[in-house]
Design a protein around this ligand. Structure first.
Ligand code: SAM
Length: 402
């Protein structure tokens, strides 16, 4: 594309970033008035993405669905199977807060496979077409292939299979890729923030070696999981130098790499706007040595902005929740490990589905509860993100399902 094309697609975002970042840096810690948020209004949604302030439509993506207040259909359910993780990434679960004494959920508070499958079936009946297993680290949940087998058997009301995938840190993928694929997992996303152990060690918080994640990716490929995507969070001062080596490696390996802007998820990671490396900068770095051109979304609601290498050798994506909010197209709900339903990654509260399911409610009653939550949904956190919102007591990402 030459840098011009990248700059064209993100001009609003970069204008905002240039305007706000220096101000934020100057004003330092921001006083937060929870309940009277100091929103500065819709910031700068991607120019090609609709905003939630567009009028609602029942026909979100040409398929029957259940619209929320802004006409967004429920399509995507992320299921957290555990709040535990064997990594301590400082941007997600910092070791100094989530140490040995931290009280993760007791086993009996975590949804059983039967409960997860039953709720997932109800969501599919309400229009969900994609299920993503996540956590915490989903591969630390014992017997996970059993759950994958149950979910792979689900069918949409029209008889189609669901798109079933999983996001993992890859640490336990080598032994599990085969059993997961055999159980019906179709594709996978592996998180990897650098190919350099000196960078990756501090970013995973436990000095986990890059080579073991690469072995997991090899095992996923051997098991036939496809496509394999790689998620990389980019954090200022930590791994910008890893962007280009990762992009080169992923292109050679035929992997779909997606760079994620560092987000203000949860309330423990000490997020500062200054630590965000904007998508535009990431794309510029890659484009300078491997020219890119923007390509359209695969479907409405896809979070990654996609860019193809001009030489036809693959694609790379950016998930730019901070500089290019995509709330207007957000079709995602999240089911936490303890059975709470969240309708935004930046939520401060969810709706308990575990208590009613354990109290013996029928499928119809549970479906009504889900419907009641989704149809009044009005979340658009990333469009409202401001000085006041980043310190809200948001639920941690590992708890509600990343
Ligand atoms: N443990 C699994 C993994 O590492 O992929 C799944 C859960 S993790 C919370 C899901 C994804 O969220 C990972 O790709 C992780 O890098 C990303 N993530 C976590 N905290 C983030 C943050 N503050 N900003 C952006 N992405 C984040």
């Amino acid at each position: 594309m030459g840098c011009g094309a990248v700059a064209r697609g993100t001009s609003g975002a970069s204008r905002w970033y240039r305007r706000v970042a220096p101000v934020r840096a100057r004003i330092g810690p921001v006083r937060v008035r929870i309940g009277i948020p100091d929103y500065h209004g819709p910031m700068d949604a991607r120019s090609d993405a609709p905003s939630v302030s567009d009028p609602p439509t029942a026909d979100f993506d040409g398929r029957p669905g259940m619209p929320d207040r802004f006409g967004r259909a429920l399509r995507d359910l992320r299921i957290s199977v555990t709040d535990r993780c064997n990594f301590r990434c400082p941007y997600c679960m910092p070791a100094e807060i989530f140490g040995r004494d931290f009280a993760f959920l007791p086993k009996e508070q975590v949804l059983s496979f039967e409960e997860i499958s039953r709720l997932a079936a109800l969501f599919v009946g309400l229009g969900v077409t994609k299920l993503r297993i996540t956590g915490g680290e989903p591969l630390v949940r014992r017997d996970l292939p059993v759950l994958i087998g149950d979910l792979a058997a689900l069918r949409a009301p029209g008889g189609e299979p669901v798109d079933l995938t999983l996001t993992t840190n890859g640490s336990a993928l080598k032994p599990l890729a085969g059993p997961l694929a055999a159980a019906g997992l179709q594709r996978i996303t592996v998180s990897l923030d650098s190919l350099d152990d000196a960078v990756f060690g501090p970013m995973n918080g436990v000095d986990f070696p890059v080579s073991r994640v690469l072995e997991g990716i090899d095992a996923a490929r051997a098991a036939g999981l496809s496509p394999i995507k790689v998620n990389t969070v980019v954090r200022r001062g930590m791994n910008e130098a890893s962007v280009l080596p990762l992009a080169r490696w992923a292109r050679e390996e035929g992997l779909i790499l997606r760079f994620i802007e560092y987000m203000d998820v949860g309330h423990s990671n000490g997020w500062r706007l200054d630590d965000v490396v904007p998508a535009e900068e990431i794309l510029g770095l890659i484009d300078a040595s491997m020219p890119l051109e923007p390509v359209g979304a695969n479907y409405r609601g896809e979070v990654a902005g996609r860019y193809a290498y001009r030489d036809g050798s693959g694609e790379v994506g950016v998930i730019a929740s901070v500089t290019r909010p995509f709330c207007g197209d957000c079709t995602r709900a999240r089911l936490s490990a303890e059975g709470h339903l969240y309708t935004c990654l930046f939520a401060v509260a969810g709706t308990d589905l575990k208590t009613p399911i354990r109290a013996g409610e029928s499928d119809a009653q549970l479906a009504d509860r889900i419907r009641a939550v989704w149809t009044v949904r009005a979340d658009r956190y990333s469009e409202l993100r401001s000085a006041a919102t980043d310190k809200l007591p948001k639920v941690e990402m590992f708890a509600l399902g990343g």
